[in-house]
Design a protein around this ligand. Sequence first.
Ligand SMILES: [Zn+2]
Length: 108
Amino acid sequence: MPFREDQLVETFNRTRGRCLYCGRELAFHAHQLFTERGAWVVDRFIPVSKGGADGPENWAACCLACSHRKGERLPWEFDPGRFRPDAWEMDSYLDGDDEDNGRKGKIG
Ligand SMILES: [Zn+2]
């Protein structure tokens, strides 16, 4: 399924232009341009095959290395130190901006 430009922008900005998993800086123009510096793909945070949604709330900007390593695994299988099976929403792992933090009253 091709991504709409605004969905790509939303996905890219959600992690502030960094790979969700390793924090590597990505280049927006390099989406699916595998030879470009900063190349990235849209990863399904919860793989669709494991019950994840194929929609923007489940899309994560992901560098090629992490995409290869994660594959069809669940995020907590990929990085158990960071992700938890009881929190399926990607947003619970993102810093967000200050305004967001205040509103949600997040800890950590
Ligand atoms: Zn990465």
